[in-house]
Write a protein that binds this ligand. Structure first.
Ligand SMILES: [Zn+2]
Length: 67
């Protein structure tokens, strides 16, 4: 029971975070460069916190590390 409650509260915290971001106007703003994330991208991935440029950069760096 305790474990289930813990998982539930983590999910609730995630939702609260998203609502807070909407409330303070940082929802849809890239965490790295502060630029607006395109609407198209937000529609595909509503919980994303990176713009496409930063996401590509991050993926390239991950690839480099993987090779
Ligand atoms: Zn960015």
């Amino acid at each position: 029971m305790l474990r289930i409650k813990d998982r539930e509260s983590k999910l609730i915290n995630k939702i609260k975070d998203a609502i807070e971001r909407i409330d303070n106007g940082t929802f849809g703003i890239c965490e790295v460069c502060g630029e607006e994330i395109s609407e198209k991208r937000l529609m595909a991935r509503p919980m994303t916190t990176l713009c496409i440029k930063c996401k590509i950069k991050q993926e390239e760096e991950e690839k480099k590390r993987g090779l």
